[in-house]
Design a protein around this ligand. Structure first.
Ligand code: FAD
Length: 544
Protein backbone atom coordinates (compact mmCIF):
# COMPACT_ATOMS: atom_id res chain seq x y z
CA UNK A 1 0.00 0.00 0.00
CA UNK A 2 1.23 3.54 -0.64
CA UNK A 3 2.43 5.06 2.59
CA UNK A 4 1.25 8.59 3.11
CA UNK A 5 3.17 10.38 5.81
CA UNK A 6 0.81 13.26 6.23
CA UNK A 7 -0.78 14.07 9.58
CA UNK A 8 -4.44 13.18 10.01
CA UNK A 9 -6.83 14.70 12.44
CA UNK A 10 -7.48 12.11 15.14
CA UNK A 11 -10.84 10.45 14.86
CA UNK A 12 -13.14 11.39 17.72
CA UNK A 13 -15.66 8.87 19.03
CA UNK A 14 -19.16 9.81 17.94
CA UNK A 15 -21.13 11.88 20.45
CA UNK A 16 -18.08 13.46 22.11
CA UNK A 17 -16.83 16.99 21.38
CA UNK A 18 -13.29 17.12 20.01
CA UNK A 19 -12.04 19.41 22.78
CA UNK A 20 -13.59 17.24 25.49
CA UNK A 21 -12.01 14.19 23.93
CA UNK A 22 -8.56 15.76 23.72
CA UNK A 23 -8.87 16.90 27.35
CA UNK A 24 -9.84 13.37 28.37
CA UNK A 25 -6.76 12.02 26.59
CA UNK A 26 -4.59 14.48 28.55
CA UNK A 27 -6.20 13.10 31.71
CA UNK A 28 -5.30 9.58 30.55
CA UNK A 29 -1.71 10.60 29.76
CA UNK A 30 -1.35 12.03 33.25
CA UNK A 31 -2.42 8.67 34.68
CA UNK A 32 -0.45 6.37 32.34
CA UNK A 33 2.57 8.45 31.40
CA UNK A 34 2.66 10.54 28.22
CA UNK A 35 4.69 8.00 26.28
CA UNK A 36 2.09 5.29 26.85
CA UNK A 37 -0.81 7.09 25.15
CA UNK A 38 -0.51 7.64 21.40
CA UNK A 39 -2.98 9.70 19.40
CA UNK A 40 -3.72 8.15 16.02
CA UNK A 41 -3.02 11.23 13.91
CA UNK A 42 -0.43 9.78 11.51
CA UNK A 43 -0.97 8.21 8.11
CA UNK A 44 -2.25 4.65 8.47
CA UNK A 45 0.51 2.19 7.64
CA UNK A 46 -0.34 -1.42 6.92
CA UNK A 47 3.06 -3.05 7.45
CA UNK A 48 2.94 -6.85 7.32
CA UNK A 49 2.05 -9.69 9.69
CA UNK A 50 5.12 -9.39 11.93
CA UNK A 51 5.07 -5.56 11.90
CA UNK A 52 1.38 -4.99 11.95
CA UNK A 53 -0.42 -1.77 12.91
CA UNK A 54 -2.44 -1.52 16.12
CA UNK A 55 -4.59 1.38 14.87
CA UNK A 56 -6.69 -0.37 12.24
CA UNK A 57 -7.24 -3.60 10.28
CA UNK A 58 -4.31 -3.91 7.89
CA UNK A 59 -6.44 -6.29 5.79
CA UNK A 60 -9.54 -4.15 5.80
CA UNK A 61 -12.44 -5.03 3.55
CA UNK A 62 -13.95 -1.56 4.05
CA UNK A 63 -12.28 1.78 3.48
CA UNK A 64 -9.45 1.68 5.99
CA UNK A 65 -10.61 4.89 7.68
CA UNK A 66 -13.87 3.17 8.68
CA UNK A 67 -12.74 1.11 11.67
CA UNK A 68 -9.87 3.05 13.21
CA UNK A 69 -8.78 3.83 16.73
CA UNK A 70 -8.58 7.42 17.94
CA UNK A 71 -5.70 6.59 20.25
CA UNK A 72 -3.80 3.63 21.61
CA UNK A 73 -2.89 3.16 25.26
CA UNK A 74 -0.31 0.73 26.62
CA UNK A 75 -1.03 -0.45 30.18
CA UNK A 76 1.62 -2.45 32.01
CA UNK A 77 -0.40 -3.99 34.86
CA UNK A 78 -3.90 -5.17 35.70
CA UNK A 79 -4.25 -2.10 37.95
CA UNK A 80 -3.48 0.18 35.00
CA UNK A 81 -6.11 -1.62 32.93
CA UNK A 82 -8.50 -0.96 35.79
CA UNK A 83 -7.58 2.75 35.76
CA UNK A 84 -8.22 2.96 32.01
CA UNK A 85 -11.62 1.35 32.47
CA UNK A 86 -12.53 3.85 35.20
CA UNK A 87 -11.31 6.69 32.96
CA UNK A 88 -13.46 5.42 30.07
CA UNK A 89 -16.52 5.32 32.36
CA UNK A 90 -15.85 8.85 33.57
CA UNK A 91 -15.63 10.26 30.04
CA UNK A 92 -18.02 7.78 28.34
CA UNK A 93 -15.34 6.86 25.81
CA UNK A 94 -15.51 3.49 24.00
CA UNK A 95 -12.42 1.33 24.54
CA UNK A 96 -11.38 -1.82 22.67
CA UNK A 97 -8.87 -4.38 24.03
CA UNK A 98 -6.40 -6.25 21.87
CA UNK A 99 -3.74 -8.64 23.05
CA UNK A 100 -1.48 -8.40 20.01
CA UNK A 101 -3.94 -7.41 17.28
CA UNK A 102 -2.96 -10.06 14.77
CA UNK A 103 -6.55 -11.19 14.35
CA UNK A 104 -6.18 -11.04 10.58
CA UNK A 105 -9.16 -12.29 8.62
CA UNK A 106 -11.37 -11.36 11.59
CA UNK A 107 -10.62 -7.64 11.99
CA UNK A 108 -6.92 -7.42 12.83
CA UNK A 109 -6.35 -4.78 15.51
CA UNK A 110 -9.35 -2.65 14.55
CA UNK A 111 -12.05 -1.65 17.03
CA UNK A 112 -15.67 -2.22 16.04
CA UNK A 113 -16.65 1.40 16.82
CA UNK A 114 -14.67 4.02 14.92
CA UNK A 115 -12.71 6.28 17.23
CA UNK A 116 -12.53 3.83 20.16
CA UNK A 117 -9.41 4.02 22.28
CA UNK A 118 -7.53 0.77 21.75
CA UNK A 119 -5.92 -0.92 24.76
CA UNK A 120 -2.83 -2.59 23.36
CA UNK A 121 -2.28 -4.98 26.25
CA UNK A 122 0.40 -7.06 24.62
CA UNK A 123 3.10 -4.47 24.24
CA UNK A 124 3.93 -4.17 27.95
CA UNK A 125 1.93 -7.01 29.53
CA UNK A 126 3.94 -9.75 27.89
CA UNK A 127 5.20 -11.92 30.71
CA UNK A 128 5.02 -15.67 31.08
CA UNK A 129 4.07 -15.52 34.76
CA UNK A 130 4.47 -19.22 35.47
CA UNK A 131 5.38 -22.48 33.81
CA UNK A 132 4.64 -25.56 35.88
CA UNK A 133 6.70 -28.49 34.56
CA UNK A 134 4.92 -30.98 36.81
CA UNK A 135 1.34 -30.08 35.99
CA UNK A 136 2.14 -29.15 32.34
CA UNK A 137 0.52 -25.73 32.65
CA UNK A 138 1.42 -22.08 32.31
CA UNK A 139 0.01 -18.66 33.18
CA UNK A 140 0.43 -15.92 30.57
CA UNK A 141 -0.23 -12.24 30.02
CA UNK A 142 -1.84 -10.98 26.79
CA UNK A 143 1.43 -10.24 25.00
CA UNK A 144 2.84 -13.77 25.07
CA UNK A 145 2.91 -15.16 21.54
CA UNK A 146 3.02 -18.83 20.54
CA UNK A 147 6.60 -18.23 19.37
CA UNK A 148 7.59 -16.70 22.72
CA UNK A 149 6.22 -19.55 24.82
CA UNK A 150 7.74 -22.16 22.52
CA UNK A 151 11.15 -20.46 22.75
CA UNK A 152 11.04 -20.22 26.54
CA UNK A 153 10.11 -23.92 26.83
CA UNK A 154 13.18 -24.71 24.69
CA UNK A 155 15.46 -22.34 26.65
CA UNK A 156 14.43 -23.91 29.93
CA UNK A 157 14.98 -27.41 28.56
CA UNK A 158 11.32 -28.30 29.08
CA UNK A 159 11.26 -30.70 26.15
CA UNK A 160 8.54 -32.73 27.80
CA UNK A 161 5.97 -29.99 27.08
CA UNK A 162 4.60 -28.69 23.78
CA UNK A 163 2.60 -25.56 23.01
CA UNK A 164 -0.21 -25.94 20.47
CA UNK A 165 0.08 -23.28 17.76
CA UNK A 166 -2.30 -21.99 15.08
CA UNK A 167 -1.11 -21.75 11.47
CA UNK A 168 0.70 -18.51 12.27
CA UNK A 169 2.73 -18.45 15.47
CA UNK A 170 3.01 -14.66 15.94
CA UNK A 171 -0.40 -14.18 17.57
CA UNK A 172 -1.20 -13.90 21.25
CA UNK A 173 -1.99 -17.15 23.06
CA UNK A 174 -4.52 -15.29 25.19
CA UNK A 175 -6.09 -13.31 22.30
CA UNK A 176 -6.37 -16.35 20.05
CA UNK A 177 -7.88 -18.43 22.85
CA UNK A 178 -10.43 -15.75 23.75
CA UNK A 179 -11.49 -15.70 20.09
CA UNK A 180 -11.77 -19.53 20.32
CA UNK A 181 -9.02 -19.99 17.74
CA UNK A 182 -7.63 -23.36 16.74
CA UNK A 183 -4.26 -25.09 16.44
CA UNK A 184 -3.35 -28.48 15.04
CA UNK A 185 -2.16 -30.85 17.74
CA UNK A 186 -4.59 -32.85 19.93
CA UNK A 187 -4.66 -29.64 22.04
CA UNK A 188 -5.97 -27.65 19.08
CA UNK A 189 -9.20 -26.47 20.72
CA UNK A 190 -7.53 -23.63 22.63
CA UNK A 191 -10.54 -22.58 24.61
CA UNK A 192 -11.04 -26.16 25.85
CA UNK A 193 -7.39 -26.22 26.92
CA UNK A 194 -7.31 -22.98 28.93
CA UNK A 195 -7.76 -22.98 32.70
CA UNK A 196 -8.48 -19.84 34.69
CA UNK A 197 -8.76 -16.14 33.85
CA UNK A 198 -8.12 -12.85 35.56
CA UNK A 199 -10.56 -10.24 34.28
CA UNK A 200 -11.11 -6.51 34.69
CA UNK A 201 -14.85 -5.92 34.46
CA UNK A 202 -16.24 -2.91 32.55
CA UNK A 203 -16.95 -1.14 35.84
CA UNK A 204 -13.40 -1.69 37.08
CA UNK A 205 -13.69 -4.63 39.49
CA UNK A 206 -11.08 -7.38 39.10
CA UNK A 207 -12.11 -11.05 39.31
CA UNK A 208 -10.32 -14.38 39.01
CA UNK A 209 -12.35 -17.27 37.63
CA UNK A 210 -12.36 -20.96 38.52
CA UNK A 211 -9.97 -21.94 41.30
CA UNK A 212 -8.38 -18.47 41.04
CA UNK A 213 -11.16 -17.20 43.32
CA UNK A 214 -9.83 -19.32 46.21
CA UNK A 215 -7.00 -17.54 48.03
CA UNK A 216 -3.92 -19.73 48.37
CA UNK A 217 -5.07 -22.32 45.80
CA UNK A 218 -2.57 -24.29 43.72
CA UNK A 219 -5.06 -25.56 41.12
CA UNK A 220 -5.96 -22.42 39.11
CA UNK A 221 -4.32 -23.82 35.97
CA UNK A 222 -5.20 -27.46 36.66
CA UNK A 223 -8.96 -27.38 37.28
CA UNK A 224 -10.86 -24.91 35.13
CA UNK A 225 -14.24 -24.88 36.86
CA UNK A 226 -13.89 -23.95 40.56
CA UNK A 227 -17.24 -23.74 42.30
CA UNK A 228 -20.58 -22.32 41.23
CA UNK A 229 -21.51 -20.99 37.79
CA UNK A 230 -18.69 -21.38 35.29
CA UNK A 231 -18.14 -17.80 34.17
CA UNK A 232 -15.17 -18.11 31.78
CA UNK A 233 -17.39 -18.47 28.72
CA UNK A 234 -18.74 -14.97 29.29
CA UNK A 235 -15.32 -13.53 28.49
CA UNK A 236 -14.66 -15.27 25.18
CA UNK A 237 -15.77 -13.57 21.94
CA UNK A 238 -17.49 -11.04 24.18
CA UNK A 239 -17.41 -7.48 25.45
CA UNK A 240 -18.02 -8.31 29.12
CA UNK A 241 -14.47 -7.95 30.45
CA UNK A 242 -10.78 -7.42 29.73
CA UNK A 243 -8.70 -10.51 30.39
CA UNK A 244 -5.32 -9.75 31.93
CA UNK A 245 -4.06 -13.26 32.75
CA UNK A 246 -4.93 -16.70 31.43
CA UNK A 247 -3.91 -20.22 32.39
CA UNK A 248 -3.13 -22.67 29.61
CA UNK A 249 -2.49 -26.40 29.66
CA UNK A 250 0.48 -27.76 27.73
CA UNK A 251 0.63 -30.98 25.74
CA UNK A 252 2.97 -33.72 26.91
CA UNK A 253 5.68 -34.55 24.39
CA UNK A 254 4.24 -37.78 22.93
CA UNK A 255 7.64 -39.44 22.49
CA UNK A 256 7.63 -39.40 18.72
CA UNK A 257 5.54 -38.11 15.83
CA UNK A 258 5.04 -38.62 12.13
CA UNK A 259 3.17 -36.48 9.64
CA UNK A 260 1.23 -37.90 6.75
CA UNK A 261 -0.46 -36.51 3.68
CA UNK A 262 -3.00 -38.24 1.45
CA UNK A 263 -4.41 -36.83 -1.75
CA UNK A 264 -7.82 -37.52 -3.24
CA UNK A 265 -8.58 -37.00 -6.89
CA UNK A 266 -12.16 -35.88 -7.32
CA UNK A 267 -14.26 -33.12 -5.80
CA UNK A 268 -16.94 -35.66 -4.87
CA UNK A 269 -14.38 -37.75 -2.92
CA UNK A 270 -15.01 -35.25 -0.11
CA UNK A 271 -18.23 -37.08 0.84
CA UNK A 272 -16.84 -40.62 1.38
CA UNK A 273 -13.70 -39.11 2.91
CA UNK A 274 -15.77 -37.47 5.65
CA UNK A 275 -17.50 -40.77 6.41
CA UNK A 276 -14.04 -42.33 6.86
CA UNK A 277 -12.64 -39.46 8.91
CA UNK A 278 -15.50 -39.20 11.43
CA UNK A 279 -15.17 -42.52 13.28
CA UNK A 280 -11.38 -42.41 13.10
CA UNK A 281 -11.31 -38.87 14.51
CA UNK A 282 -13.83 -39.49 17.28
CA UNK A 283 -11.96 -42.72 18.10
CA UNK A 284 -8.65 -40.77 18.19
CA UNK A 285 -6.96 -42.88 15.54
CA UNK A 286 -6.78 -39.56 13.70
CA UNK A 287 -5.39 -37.66 16.65
CA UNK A 288 -4.84 -34.05 15.72
CA UNK A 289 -7.00 -31.21 14.46
CA UNK A 290 -6.36 -32.00 10.83
CA UNK A 291 -6.90 -30.10 7.62
CA UNK A 292 -8.68 -31.29 4.51
CA UNK A 293 -7.58 -28.69 1.98
CA UNK A 294 -8.73 -27.93 -1.50
CA UNK A 295 -6.00 -27.94 -4.12
CA UNK A 296 -6.65 -24.25 -4.92
CA UNK A 297 -5.28 -23.18 -1.55
CA UNK A 298 -2.48 -25.73 -1.81
CA UNK A 299 -1.36 -24.10 -5.06
CA UNK A 300 -1.64 -20.63 -3.56
CA UNK A 301 0.41 -21.78 -0.53
CA UNK A 302 3.39 -21.97 -2.87
CA UNK A 303 3.39 -18.17 -2.56
CA UNK A 304 3.09 -17.46 -6.28
CA UNK A 305 0.58 -14.90 -7.54
CA UNK A 306 -2.61 -15.98 -9.29
CA UNK A 307 -1.40 -14.25 -12.47
CA UNK A 308 1.29 -16.92 -12.78
CA UNK A 309 -1.47 -19.49 -13.37
CA UNK A 310 -4.35 -17.51 -14.84
CA UNK A 311 -4.92 -13.98 -16.11
CA UNK A 312 -8.66 -14.17 -16.75
CA UNK A 313 -11.41 -12.70 -14.62
CA UNK A 314 -14.00 -14.77 -12.76
CA UNK A 315 -13.22 -17.80 -10.58
CA UNK A 316 -10.09 -19.63 -11.67
CA UNK A 317 -11.25 -22.64 -13.77
CA UNK A 318 -10.86 -26.15 -12.34
CA UNK A 319 -8.78 -27.22 -15.39
CA UNK A 320 -6.22 -24.52 -14.63
CA UNK A 321 -5.95 -25.70 -11.03
CA UNK A 322 -5.50 -29.31 -12.10
CA UNK A 323 -2.83 -28.42 -14.65
CA UNK A 324 -0.96 -26.50 -11.94
CA UNK A 325 -1.42 -29.33 -9.43
CA UNK A 326 -0.10 -31.88 -11.93
CA UNK A 327 3.14 -29.90 -12.07
CA UNK A 328 3.37 -29.54 -8.28
CA UNK A 329 5.40 -31.99 -6.16
CA UNK A 330 2.28 -33.68 -4.72
CA UNK A 331 0.79 -34.23 -8.20
CA UNK A 332 -2.74 -33.67 -9.42
CA UNK A 333 -5.52 -33.96 -6.85
CA UNK A 334 -8.54 -32.06 -5.50
CA UNK A 335 -8.25 -32.67 -1.75
CA UNK A 336 -5.27 -33.16 0.54
CA UNK A 337 -5.51 -34.50 4.08
CA UNK A 338 -2.69 -33.35 6.38
CA UNK A 339 -2.47 -35.26 9.66
CA UNK A 340 -0.02 -36.43 12.27
CA UNK A 341 0.36 -39.58 14.32
CA UNK A 342 1.86 -39.34 17.80
CA UNK A 343 3.77 -41.69 20.12
CA UNK A 344 6.63 -44.16 19.79
CA UNK A 345 7.04 -45.85 16.41
CA UNK A 346 5.24 -49.12 17.23
CA UNK A 347 2.18 -47.19 18.45
CA UNK A 348 2.26 -44.92 15.40
CA UNK A 349 2.60 -47.91 13.09
CA UNK A 350 -0.60 -49.43 14.52
CA UNK A 351 -2.64 -46.27 13.97
CA UNK A 352 -1.09 -45.36 10.62
CA UNK A 353 -1.91 -48.81 9.23
CA UNK A 354 -5.59 -48.26 10.03
CA UNK A 355 -5.55 -44.79 8.47
CA UNK A 356 -3.81 -46.12 5.37
CA UNK A 357 -6.27 -48.97 4.89
CA UNK A 358 -9.25 -46.67 5.34
CA UNK A 359 -8.07 -43.73 3.21
CA UNK A 360 -6.99 -45.96 0.33
CA UNK A 361 -10.53 -47.31 0.06
CA UNK A 362 -11.27 -44.16 -1.94
CA UNK A 363 -10.39 -44.88 -5.58
CA UNK A 364 -7.41 -42.81 -6.71
CA UNK A 365 -6.32 -41.91 -3.14
CA UNK A 366 -2.54 -41.68 -2.72
CA UNK A 367 -0.19 -41.39 0.21
CA UNK A 368 2.44 -38.75 -0.56
CA UNK A 369 6.01 -39.74 0.23
CA UNK A 370 7.54 -36.71 2.03
CA UNK A 371 11.00 -37.56 0.72
CA UNK A 372 9.74 -36.63 -2.77
CA UNK A 373 8.82 -33.09 -1.64
CA UNK A 374 11.14 -30.07 -1.70
CA UNK A 375 12.26 -28.76 1.71
CA UNK A 376 10.10 -25.61 1.47
CA UNK A 377 6.93 -27.52 0.55
CA UNK A 378 3.81 -26.58 2.48
CA UNK A 379 3.74 -30.16 3.87
CA UNK A 380 6.69 -29.36 6.14
CA UNK A 381 4.94 -26.32 7.56
CA UNK A 382 1.99 -28.54 8.50
CA UNK A 383 4.49 -30.99 9.97
CA UNK A 384 6.05 -28.31 12.20
CA UNK A 385 2.71 -26.92 13.32
CA UNK A 386 1.29 -30.34 14.23
CA UNK A 387 4.46 -30.85 16.30
CA UNK A 388 3.84 -27.59 18.20
CA UNK A 389 6.55 -25.61 16.38
CA UNK A 390 5.32 -22.11 15.43
CA UNK A 391 5.59 -21.09 11.78
CA UNK A 392 4.53 -18.39 9.29
CA UNK A 393 4.62 -20.30 5.97
CA UNK A 394 0.82 -20.08 5.84
CA UNK A 395 1.02 -16.39 4.99
CA UNK A 396 2.14 -17.29 1.50
CA UNK A 397 -1.32 -17.80 0.04
CA UNK A 398 -2.13 -14.17 0.90
CA UNK A 399 0.22 -13.25 -2.00
CA UNK A 400 -2.37 -14.69 -4.42
CA UNK A 401 -3.46 -11.15 -5.35
CA UNK A 402 -1.47 -7.89 -5.36
CA UNK A 403 -1.93 -6.04 -2.02
CA UNK A 404 -3.17 -9.37 -0.70
CA UNK A 405 -5.60 -9.42 2.20
CA UNK A 406 -8.15 -11.98 3.31
CA UNK A 407 -11.41 -12.40 5.16
CA UNK A 408 -12.90 -15.67 6.37
CA UNK A 409 -16.26 -17.46 6.23
CA UNK A 410 -16.15 -20.11 8.97
CA UNK A 411 -19.28 -22.24 9.43
CA UNK A 412 -19.43 -25.27 11.72
CA UNK A 413 -20.91 -28.65 10.81
CA UNK A 414 -20.79 -32.29 11.84
CA UNK A 415 -18.10 -34.40 10.13
CA UNK A 416 -20.52 -35.86 7.63
CA UNK A 417 -20.64 -36.36 3.92
CA UNK A 418 -23.97 -34.58 3.45
CA UNK A 419 -22.90 -31.52 5.45
CA UNK A 420 -19.50 -31.23 3.80
CA UNK A 421 -21.00 -31.48 0.32
CA UNK A 422 -23.78 -28.98 1.09
CA UNK A 423 -21.36 -26.37 2.43
CA UNK A 424 -18.84 -27.00 -0.31
CA UNK A 425 -21.57 -26.70 -2.98
CA UNK A 426 -22.93 -23.51 -1.46
CA UNK A 427 -19.49 -21.90 -1.27
CA UNK A 428 -18.52 -22.93 -4.79
CA UNK A 429 -21.78 -21.68 -6.31
CA UNK A 430 -21.52 -18.28 -4.66
CA UNK A 431 -17.81 -17.88 -5.38
CA UNK A 432 -18.55 -18.54 -9.06
CA UNK A 433 -21.47 -16.13 -8.99
CA UNK A 434 -19.20 -13.35 -7.67
CA UNK A 435 -16.16 -14.37 -9.73
CA UNK A 436 -14.00 -15.20 -6.70
CA UNK A 437 -11.42 -17.98 -6.33
CA UNK A 438 -12.63 -20.58 -3.83
CA UNK A 439 -10.21 -21.66 -1.05
CA UNK A 440 -12.05 -24.12 1.22
CA UNK A 441 -10.32 -26.06 4.01
CA UNK A 442 -12.12 -28.29 6.50
CA UNK A 443 -10.55 -28.09 9.96
CA UNK A 444 -11.62 -31.30 11.67
CA UNK A 445 -12.13 -30.96 15.42
CA UNK A 446 -13.38 -33.94 17.38
CA UNK A 447 -17.10 -34.21 16.58
CA UNK A 448 -17.43 -31.18 14.34
CA UNK A 449 -15.48 -29.36 11.73
CA UNK A 450 -14.99 -25.73 10.84
CA UNK A 451 -15.09 -25.06 7.13
CA UNK A 452 -12.69 -22.14 6.72
CA UNK A 453 -13.17 -20.37 3.39
CA UNK A 454 -10.63 -17.61 2.91
CA UNK A 455 -11.45 -14.94 0.35
CA UNK A 456 -8.20 -13.34 -0.77
CA UNK A 457 -8.64 -9.84 -2.19
CA UNK A 458 -6.68 -6.84 -3.37
CA UNK A 459 -6.94 -4.13 -0.70
CA UNK A 460 -6.83 -1.45 -3.38
CA UNK A 461 -9.60 -2.88 -5.53
CA UNK A 462 -12.90 -1.45 -4.33
CA UNK A 463 -14.97 -3.46 -6.77
CA UNK A 464 -13.43 -6.83 -5.74
CA UNK A 465 -13.79 -5.91 -2.07
CA UNK A 466 -17.49 -5.29 -2.63
CA UNK A 467 -17.82 -8.63 -4.45
CA UNK A 468 -16.11 -10.35 -1.49
CA UNK A 469 -18.50 -8.71 0.98
CA UNK A 470 -21.56 -9.59 -1.11
CA UNK A 471 -20.36 -13.19 -1.40
CA UNK A 472 -19.72 -13.42 2.36
CA UNK A 473 -23.10 -11.96 3.23
CA UNK A 474 -24.86 -14.40 0.91
CA UNK A 475 -22.86 -17.36 2.24
CA UNK A 476 -23.75 -16.45 5.85
CA UNK A 477 -27.47 -16.15 5.09
CA UNK A 478 -27.71 -19.20 2.86
CA UNK A 479 -25.68 -21.34 5.26
CA UNK A 480 -27.90 -20.21 8.15
CA UNK A 481 -30.99 -21.17 6.13
CA UNK A 482 -29.50 -24.70 5.96
CA UNK A 483 -28.79 -24.69 9.71
CA UNK A 484 -25.08 -23.78 9.71
CA UNK A 485 -23.62 -20.93 11.78
CA UNK A 486 -20.16 -19.34 11.99
CA UNK A 487 -17.83 -20.21 14.88
CA UNK A 488 -16.13 -16.81 14.62
CA UNK A 489 -16.36 -13.87 12.29
CA UNK A 490 -14.88 -10.57 11.16
CA UNK A 491 -15.89 -7.36 12.95
CA UNK A 492 -17.89 -6.13 9.95
CA UNK A 493 -19.98 -9.31 9.82
CA UNK A 494 -20.68 -9.70 13.54
CA UNK A 495 -24.16 -8.17 13.46
CA UNK A 496 -25.22 -10.41 10.61
CA UNK A 497 -23.78 -13.57 12.13
CA UNK A 498 -25.28 -12.73 15.54
CA UNK A 499 -28.68 -12.29 13.87
CA UNK A 500 -28.55 -15.86 12.53
CA UNK A 501 -28.42 -17.22 16.12
CA UNK A 502 -32.04 -16.23 16.50
CA UNK A 503 -33.78 -19.21 18.14
CA UNK A 504 -36.62 -18.33 20.53
CA UNK A 505 -37.17 -14.86 19.06
CA UNK A 506 -33.54 -13.91 19.62
CA UNK A 507 -33.54 -15.16 23.22
CA UNK A 508 -29.76 -15.56 23.34
CA UNK A 509 -29.09 -11.99 22.21
CA UNK A 510 -31.66 -10.68 24.69
CA UNK A 511 -29.78 -12.55 27.43
CA UNK A 512 -26.44 -11.14 26.18
CA UNK A 513 -27.89 -7.63 26.16
CA UNK A 514 -29.14 -8.02 29.73
CA UNK A 515 -25.69 -9.12 30.79
CA UNK A 516 -24.11 -6.26 28.89
CA UNK A 517 -26.35 -3.67 30.49
CA UNK A 518 -25.73 -5.09 33.97
CA UNK A 519 -21.96 -5.44 33.58
CA UNK A 520 -21.30 -2.34 31.47
CA UNK A 521 -24.01 0.21 32.25
CA UNK A 522 -22.13 3.02 30.47
CA UNK A 523 -21.50 0.86 27.42
CA UNK A 524 -17.78 1.62 27.20
CA UNK A 525 -16.26 -1.79 26.48
CA UNK A 526 -15.99 -2.89 22.84
CA UNK A 527 -19.51 -1.83 21.84
CA UNK A 528 -20.88 -4.04 19.07
CA UNK A 529 -18.39 -6.88 19.54
CA UNK A 530 -20.12 -10.14 18.53
CA UNK A 531 -23.20 -8.07 17.70
CA UNK A 532 -23.74 -7.13 21.37
CA UNK A 533 -24.56 -3.43 21.61
CA UNK A 534 -24.88 -1.63 24.94
CA UNK A 535 -28.13 0.18 25.70
CA UNK A 536 -26.92 3.63 24.69
CA UNK A 537 -26.01 2.38 21.19
CA UNK A 538 -29.00 0.11 20.57
CA UNK A 539 -31.53 1.03 17.90
CA UNK A 540 -29.38 3.92 16.65
CA UNK A 541 -28.19 2.43 13.39
CA UNK A 542 -24.80 1.11 14.50
CA UNK A 543 -25.37 -2.36 13.07
CA UNK A 544 -23.71 -3.24 9.77
P1 FAD B 1 -5.92 -10.39 19.22
O1 FAD B 1 -6.09 -9.77 17.88
O2 FAD B 1 -5.16 -9.64 20.20
O3 FAD B 1 -7.34 -10.74 19.84
C1 FAD B 1 -8.29 -11.54 19.22
C2 FAD B 1 -9.68 -11.12 19.68
O4 FAD B 1 -9.83 -11.26 21.09
C3 FAD B 1 -10.03 -9.68 19.36
O5 FAD B 1 -11.38 -9.66 19.01
C4 FAD B 1 -9.85 -8.96 20.67
O6 FAD B 1 -10.72 -7.87 20.83
C5 FAD B 1 -10.14 -10.01 21.71
N1 FAD B 1 -9.23 -9.84 22.83
C6 FAD B 1 -7.88 -9.91 22.75
N2 FAD B 1 -7.34 -9.76 23.94
C7 FAD B 1 -8.35 -9.56 24.81
C8 FAD B 1 -8.39 -9.37 26.20
N3 FAD B 1 -7.27 -9.35 26.90
N4 FAD B 1 -9.57 -9.24 26.80
C9 FAD B 1 -10.71 -9.29 26.07
N5 FAD B 1 -10.73 -9.48 24.74
C10 FAD B 1 -9.56 -9.62 24.11
N6 FAD B 1 -6.45 -18.28 13.67
C11 FAD B 1 -6.61 -19.48 14.25
O7 FAD B 1 -7.23 -19.56 15.31
N7 FAD B 1 -6.09 -20.61 13.70
C12 FAD B 1 -5.38 -20.57 12.55
O8 FAD B 1 -4.89 -21.60 12.10
C13 FAD B 1 -5.21 -19.32 11.89
N8 FAD B 1 -4.54 -19.25 10.72
C14 FAD B 1 -4.35 -18.04 10.14
C15 FAD B 1 -3.66 -17.99 8.92
C16 FAD B 1 -3.43 -16.77 8.30
C17 FAD B 1 -2.64 -16.72 7.00
C18 FAD B 1 -3.87 -15.58 8.91
C19 FAD B 1 -3.53 -14.24 8.32
C20 FAD B 1 -4.59 -15.63 10.10
C21 FAD B 1 -4.85 -16.85 10.73
N9 FAD B 1 -5.59 -16.94 11.92
C22 FAD B 1 -5.76 -18.17 12.51
C23 FAD B 1 -6.23 -15.76 12.51
C24 FAD B 1 -5.36 -14.97 13.49
O9 FAD B 1 -4.13 -14.61 12.89
C25 FAD B 1 -5.04 -15.69 14.80
O10 FAD B 1 -6.22 -16.19 15.37
C26 FAD B 1 -4.35 -14.78 15.81
O11 FAD B 1 -3.82 -15.56 16.86
C27 FAD B 1 -5.29 -13.76 16.44
O12 FAD B 1 -4.59 -12.63 16.82
P2 FAD B 1 -4.06 -12.36 18.29
O13 FAD B 1 -3.71 -13.68 18.87
O14 FAD B 1 -3.00 -11.32 18.20
O15 FAD B 1 -5.34 -11.85 19.05
Amino acid sequence: KPIRDRQRLPVVPQGIERDDFLAALEDLKAKMGHEFVEINDKALKDGWYMEHPNTHDMMTILDEEELVASAVVYPSTTEEVQQIVLWANKHRIPIFPISMGRNLGYGGAAPRVRGSVTLDLGKRMNKILDINPEDYTCLVEPGVSFYALHEVLKEKGYDHMWVDTPDLGGGSILGNTLDRGVGYTPYGDHWACHSGLEVVLPTGEIIRTGMGALPGNNTWQAFPYGFGPYSDGLFSQSNFGIVTKMGMTLMPNPGGYESFMYTFQKEEDLGPLMEIIRPLRIGMILENVAQVRHVAQGIAAQGLPRSKFYQGSGSIPDEVLHTAAAESPAGDHTWAYYGMSYGPSHIRAYKLAIVDAEFLKIPGAKKVDPSTLPADDYYFSRDRIAAGIPDIHELRWVNWTPNGAHIAFSPVSPIRSADAMKLFGLGKKLHQQYGIDFFPAFIVGLREMHLIVEIVFDRDDTERKQAAMDCLRDMIDQAAALGYGEYRTHLVLMDQVASTYSWGDGALMKFNERLKDALDPNGILAPGKSGIWPKRYRGRGWEM
